[in-house]
Design a protein around this ligand. Structure first.
Ligand SMILES: CC(C)(COP(=O)(O)OP(=O)(O)OC[C@H]1O[C@@H](n2cnc3c(N)ncnc32)[C@H](O)[C@@H]1OP(=O)(O)O)[C@@H](O)C(=O)NCCC(=O)NCCS
Length: 131
């Protein structure tokens, strides 16, 4: 049983652990609560009886553009539709807030997820690594 909540409760420790697992780095001490409350339209938490199972961050421009960042599902529940549901809730909430566009960028291997499952369509986009 997984519960989904828009702007749901989470702790920095939970999200730092999920981020480290998902992106394969050491557990950091980032202040996610400050980051998302100050800079995001919202975020979606997926929670089951073992804790925070998934998360997606939805920053925006304050107008009609919202963005998907930090889509994460813990390994023990991957491939059960949790990621797709997180993104669908993010899209619905962004639309409710008046956004007209939801953006994402990702590596090639995630094309089946974002294009095949989440409903994004391909477009030209660009990225500059600043570090
Ligand atoms: C990407 C991620 C969020 C997907 O979460 P999930 O809950 O497993 O996704 P879903 O169950 O909704 O997947 C639906 C479909 O998308 C595709 N898909 C899901 N994860 C995929 C992956 N890692 N690579 C390629 N396709 C994937 C599959 O077609 C999948 O269907 P299937 O389970 O029948 O194979 C999860 O794998 C994850 O947290 N990865 C590590 C962090 C990461 O890379 N995040 C994305 C940052 S842009």
């Amino acid at each position: 049983m997984t519960d989904y909540s828009w702007r749901g409760d989470f702790t920095n420790a939970e999200l730092n652990a999920l981020h480290a697992e998902g992106f394969g780095h050491k557990v950091l001490d980032d202040d996610w609560l400050a980051q998302v409350t100050q800079h995001s339209l919202g975020w979606v938490c997926a929670r089951d009886d073992e804790g925070l199972a998934g998360f997606v961050n939805v920053p925006w421009d304050g107008g009609v553009h919202a963005f998907i960042l930090d889509t994460l599902v813990t390994e023990r529940v991957q491939h059960h539709g949790v990621g797709t549901r997180l993104v669908a809730i993010a899209a619905g909430q962004a639309k409710t807030a008046g956004c007209e566009w939801l953006h994402v960028d990702f590596e090639d291997h995630l094309r089946p997820f974002y294009f095949g499952s989440c409903g994004f369509t391909p477009t030209n986009a660009g990225l500059i690594a600043l570090v």
